[in-house]
Structure formats: C-alpha cells, structure tokens
Design a protein around this ligand. Structure first.
Ligand SMILES: Nc1ncnc2c1ncn2[C@@H]1O[C@H](COP(=O)(O)OP(=O)(O)OP(=O)(O)O)[C@@H](O)[C@H]1O
Length: 708
C-alpha cells in the first residue's frame, strides 16, 4: 500500500515535470515562429548562415572556386545538423575560420625605394648591408610590378636588432606584420594545425596569422628558427619547410582547413643566433644576412640617437630636463654592457631614465599635458609649428610644442609665433592662421595664471636659458605673487656623468675583458665566437712537474671533445717545433703540462684555438712572453697548416673591445676580413697566415712585415 502510494507520487512528479518542459518548449517554438513571421528574428541556424554569407560576400569574387565550393557544402550541412549536436559546433567553427580568412585580399605594396630607405634609417643605425639587401628586394618588386615571396634569414647574436629590423621592413613595404617564435616548438600541429575531428582543434600558426592580419601578403617574422625543437610525432622542420618553400607554399595545406592556401606572396623573415643549427634543407632556401654586432662607436650612435630618444619619450621626460654625457655613455658601453648587441645597453639606459623620472617627480615636476585644461575649455592656443611637417601630430608632441611656443611667445613679447593653430581635444592640429598679438597676449595671461596655479610651466630648470624665460613670464604678468610661486618650481636639470653614474646603475658588472695587461709567460690571447657573439679568451699553460719521460698534458676549462683534440694536436705540434728550433731543449719530453682556458664555468668547444694553444705551450717552453696586445685564431693541422675559422667580424669586434692591436687570422679568411666596414678594421694590425711558423715569428720575434 505504502509502496503504491510512493510510486503514484513519483509518477505524478515526473508527469508534471515533463508537461512543464513540453509546455515551455511549445511556447518557445511558438514565440520563434511569431517572431519569424513578423520578420523580427530568424532562427539560429539561418542567422548563422546569413552571417557567414555576409562575411564572405565582399571576398566572393577573389575567393578560389574550390574554397567557395567547400564553404557552400558546409553551409548546406549546417542547415541539416541539430543545433545541439557536437557536429554542428565543429561545422560552425570550421565555417568561422574559412570565411574569416582574407581570400585574395592583398595589401598594396609600396615600392618607393627612397621612402623605404628613409624608414630603415629612421629605425636603425648602420646595418648598411642589411638595408641594401632590402632595398634591392624592393627595387626588383618595382620592376616586376609585383613582389614575390622570399625567405630572408637574419642571423646574429642577441640584441643586434634582428626582430626590430623585421618590423621596419614591413613598415617600409607597407605590409602587415606578424611575428611568431618557433623556439622549442616540437609539435607539428602548431604549424600545420590539428585535424577538425579532434576536440578543441585549431588551425596552425600561419592560418591564425592570415586571419589576424587580414591580408594574404603580410610579412611574417619567424623568430628563433635555430632553436626549433625535435618533434616526437612528426618533424617540425619539415612542416616549416612546406610552409616556407616558395615551390610548395602556393598550395599550403593546413590540417584543420583542409583546403590549400596560397602563401606564395608572403614575405618570410626568419631570425637565428647561429645558422649552423638551422636544419639544412631550410637553410638552403634562405637568403642569410648576417648581423655581427656593433663596435663601441656604433653603440654610441645607437644609444644617443635611438635608445635614449625612445626611452626618454617612454618615460615622459623632456630633452631639456636631462643630459647624459658622452663620457657616461661610453662608460656604460665599455664597463657595464660588454655585449655584441645593444639589449643590455637599452636596459641600463631605461634604468637611468626611470631613476631620473622618480627624481623629477620628487622635485615636484609634472610633465602632464599643460594644454589639457585650456584645450578642454576650448581655448585657442598660438603655437609655433614652423618646423613641423605633419598637420596631424600626436598629443604629447602637441603639448610640448605648445609649451615651448608659450615660452617663446613670452620671451619675444607675444609676437614670435608665425602661425596660430587650433588643437582639438585629441591633439589634432586643425588649421594654421597668422596669430594676432591680441591672441598671444590672451594666452600669456591665461597660461601664466594656470602655470602658477597648476604647476604646469614646463621644463623648470636651473640652466640659464630657462631661468631667463621664467623671468620673462614674471615680467609679463607683472605679478609679484606669481613670481614667487613660479620660482618655487624651478627644478635642476639632471646631468648623468661618469662620477654619478653609479647612483643610477650601480657599480659596473665587470671592469674589463682583459685579465692581463701584458700576458705572462705561457699565456696567450685567443678569439672565440659563440651564439652570443665574439669574445676574447686566454689560453694558459703552466708546468706541473718535470722529470725524465714525464711528458703529459692535463686539460681543464670545460673543453669539448673537439677542443680537447685540438689541445693534443697543439701539444704534438709544439714539441715538433721545439725540436726543430732548439733540438737540445728537452722541455716537452720531460714536463707534465696543465692547459687551462678561463672562465672555467663556461663550456667551450671548437678547433679555432689550435694556434693559440701551440703559442701558449711554446711561450712556456722558451720562457718568453708573446708580443704585447696580440690575439690569434686558427685551426692547426698536424703539419702546421692554418685552416680557416668562422665569425671573422665578431672576432674582430671582440678584439677591438679588448683593446687588441695585432690580430692573426688564417689566410683563407682574408676575404671575410676585407669585406668588413672600414670603421670595424680601423686601428688594427692584421696578419694573415698559412703556416704556424709565420705565427711563431709574429708572436715571439720582432714584427717585420705588418699587413702580411
Ligand atoms: N642598429 C640599431 N639601431 C637602433 N636600434 C637598434 C639597433 N640594433 C638594435 N637596436 C635596438 O635594440 C633592441 C633589441 O633588438 P631586437 O629585439 O630586435 O634584437 P634581436 O636581434 O631580435 O635579439 P634576439 O636574438 O634576442 O631576439 C631593440 O629595441 C632595437 O630597436
């Protein structure tokens, strides 16, 4: 009895619930039907299809027929699917991607070589060979009337501007810019996308890029191509090859999209630290442009004209509020950031400017837009725009020029501004008309009052010129009260010089690359080249013990296999040379030697220190110093031949950084050296050698034949 009662109540509850749901469903459907009838709303699927069709409409003409066919098929399929089914979602996402791509939409390219040159120079100092190559590319595009897809590869140590030059090329060509990094990338799906059947499937990076930029001919920067990971399922390098190869990428097939896309108009720029690590088939198709690093002189220019300017603007500091002296910059470059690129230098400059900003704010400076209040109140300001080219300038520039002119107006009695310009609240210059004296005088009063009240007078500084201007303000207003208030806001210009540099950036990280001024017996300076650029390194040899038949060689300094073998060869060669020069000398036969390469914590490898090792051992054997300020590099064979080495420019720059005066290079590298810019080679005595005997003479005997 009890059980049947429970059953009855359960049945009743279920019935009520079902009928409630049915009722809601029925009413909803009726509502939709009424809305549809009234033209207020279409159903979800129809609305969705209409959205996709609408998105496709402007591209329909240029869209390849096979893609149109797929889209139409998918749209038809969408209508048949139940909106709540998972298949519906897959189809909807697929259509979303397919219709969002910029089929056949190419941005107009700018083949103006002069403009491109201007942009490249504006963004980067030096790098003339890179710029030249880019201009050639643009010139070819101009003559052909269209630019073809290409793969450029910028290789060099970190911070030499590889990524930022990629951005400049896009600006010069008027192409859209997209950057992605493939460092550590191990999954092929990142490049080629996942198949649609997987949950959460996504297209690859390239399809994402096209959707993002909205054109089919962007400039795509692929960063860190030398650090491509090794895939567990599929090889990312091969996938990249399909993406980059101009022969194949006209029909690039993304797994998700499943329709070929034409990437032949995309300009690919890759960056790498060392090209040796780039998979060969990829490297083969690239045009490599090497950026070796900068010498001190170039860094000074970059710091002064580019890094300092951008950092100052980013910190909202005005040029006349601060001065970093040349000596301070040089100190920064030589003792704080001994690197090939300029990234650390940029960090140090940012550090200085952040500290300056804090000091200025503590002193009560506010560089906030001085014209804001008046602009918002609709006051027409008279400013000097005679040196401005553009009629639309950014608000910060407008503010500072307005402020500068204000001061000028005051100094020259309100008649110096040649043109009057109205600025709207967005900082856009509206027009230029001759300024009337009345106008200028109005401004003097208004602005002076505001300056006094709102601390808005720009560039309070203690240098003579500004004080003079401030006095004029006071003179014009003729108010003693104002004079005192403004005088209270005078702030000293901050000068960063060598003595106070440590206040801003702390103590130097290292003082010099050179451990020795004159290398002792058994020590010789070599030149190394790593992915971080060139550097100098010492090879040190010392005697452990002597005794009949004790000839032995101990090696330390984290040397790789190749370098260890190179040390063995050097030991044999040194012994042979000694035998020839001084047969009576039993040094090598009876001495246990220890060869060390500081710094011990850094792993080193490569054969190019061969000649340095022999010289170091011979120096110890003969108890003779090598020539002062000499550095050498070159692989040595067992017969004493000197073989070519890599990284000539990097090594030359490193040698100059360490104040080396004489360099010894293998003869086979003469061409590489000759190609270097004159300022890199300046002040160096360089010798090219084929045989170790020539090095022996240069290192131990008086120098008879400079420049070979
Ligand atoms: N010749 C130059 N002129 C002006 N600025 C430069 C120059 N070279 C580098 N820079 C500046 O140095 C900074 C670092 O450059 P960027 O990031 O392009 O280096 P990178 O070579 O791509 O380094 P990484 O290999 O670590 O990615 C940027 O702010 C760039 O503008």
């Amino acid at each position: 009895m009890e059980i049947s009662k429970i059953q009855e109540s359960i049945a009743k509850a279920i019935e009520e619930k079902i009928s409630g749901e049915q009722r809601r469903y029925l009413l909803n459907e009726q509502l939709k039907a009424i809305k549809k009838e009234l033209g207020l709303e279409t159903d979800d699927k129809t609305a969705l299809s209409a959205k996709f069709r609408e998105r496709l409409e402007p591209k329909r003409e240029k869209c390849p027929p096979h893609v149109l066919q797929v889209i139409d098929e998918e749209l038809a399929k969408l209508q048949l699917l139940e909106a709540s089914s998972s298949e519906f979602n897959v189809t909807r996402n697929y259509l979303d991607w397919l219709t969002a791509l910029p089929w056949g939409n190419y941005s107009d390219e700018n083949f103006d070589v002069h403009r491109a040159q201007k942009i490249l120079d504006e963004d980067h100092y030096g790098l003339s060979d890179v710029k030249e190559r880019i201009l050639e590319f643009i010139a070819v595009g101009k003559l052909r009337g269209t630019s073809q897809g290409k793969i450029l590869c910028l290789s060099g140590p970190p911070g030499v501007g590889k990524t930022s030059i990629g951005r400049s090329i896009a600006r010069a060509l008027d192409r859209k810019f997209y950057r992605f990094s493939v460092g550590g990338l191990a999954d092929v799906a990142e490049i080629k996308g996942h198949r649609r059947t997987y949950i959460g499937a996504m297209p690859g990076k390239m399809v994402q890029c096209l959707k993002n930029v909205g054109t089919s001919n962007p400039l795509v920067l692929i960063d860190e191509i030398d650090k491509l990971g090794r895939g567990h399922a599929g090889d990312p390098a091969s996938a990249l090859l399909e993406l980059l190869d101009p022969e194949q990428n006209a029909n690039f097939l993304d797994h998700y999209l499943d329709v070929p896309i034409d990437l032949s108009k995309v300009l690919f720029v890759c960056t790498a630290n060392v090209i040796d690590m780039i998979p060969n088939p990829l490297l083969d198709r690239m045009e490599v442009i090497a950026l070796a690093g900068y010498i001190t002189d170039e860094k000074m220019h970059i710091a002064r004209d580019y890094l300092e300017k951008t950092t100052r603007e980013a910190c909202g500091i005005k040029p006349d509020q601060v001065e970093v002296t040349d000596a301070a910059l040089l100190e920064l470059i030589e003792n704080y950031c001994r690197e090939s690129g300029v990234r650390n230098l940029q960090k140090q400059i940012e550090k200085i400017y952040r500290k300056i900003a804090l000091r200025l704010v503590r002193q009560g400076v506010s560089n906030e837009p001085s014209s804001d209040v008046s602009v918002q109140q609709g006051i027409v300001e008279s400013i000097d725009l005679s040196d401005r080219e553009s009629s639309s300038i950014d608000s910060s520039e407008t503010e500072s020029s307005a402020a500068d002119c204000l001061i000028k107006t005051l100094v020259e009695g309100g008649s110096s501004c040649k043109e009057a310009t109205e600025i709207d609240s967005a900082g856009v210059v509206k027009g230029t008309e001759p300024a009337s004296h009345e106008h200028a005088n109005d401004l003097v009063t208004t602005e002076s009052e505001q300056s006094a009240n709102n601390e808005m007078l720009p560039n309070p500084s203690s240098d003579g010129a500004t004080i003079e201007k401030t006095t004029d303000v006071e003179g014009n207003t003729g108010s003693d009260g104002v004079e005192e208030e403004i005088a209270g806001k005078i702030v000293e210009k901050i000068v960063v010089d060598v003595p106070n540099l440590t206040d801003f950036v702390g103590k130097p990280v290292f003082h010099a690359d050179r451990i020795y001024d004159q290398t002792p017996v058994g020590v010789v300076m070599g030149l190394a080249w790593t992915s971080m650029g060139g550097s100098t390194l010492y090879i040190e040899t010392t005697q452990v013990e002597q005794g009949e038949g004790k000839s032995q060689l101990v090696l330390t300094g984290q040397l790789g296999e190749v370098m260890k073998e190179s040390a063995q060869i050097a030991h044999t060669m040194a012994r042979a040379i000694m035998l020839e020069k001084d047969p009576e000398n039993p040094f090598f036969a009876n001495t246990k030697l220890h060869l060390h390469v500081p710094a011990g914590a850094t792993p080193k490898d490569g054969p190019s220190a061969g000649c340095t090792m022999i010289t170091s051992m011979l120096s110890l054997a003969m108890k003779k110093h090598v020539k002062k300020d000499i550095a050498m590099t070159g692989e040595v064979t067992l017969t004493g031949r000197i073989l070519p080495i890599g990284g000539v420019k990097e090594k030359t720059i490193a040698a100059r950084r360490s104040a080396v005066k004489t360099i010894v290079f293998p003869s086979a590298n003469r061409r590489d050296f000759d190609e270097l810019a004159a300022n890199v080679k300046e002040g160096l005595e360089v010798h090219f050698v084929d045989d170790y005997n020539q090095i022996f003479e240069l290192a131990f005997e008086s120098n008879k034949d400079p420049q070979n």
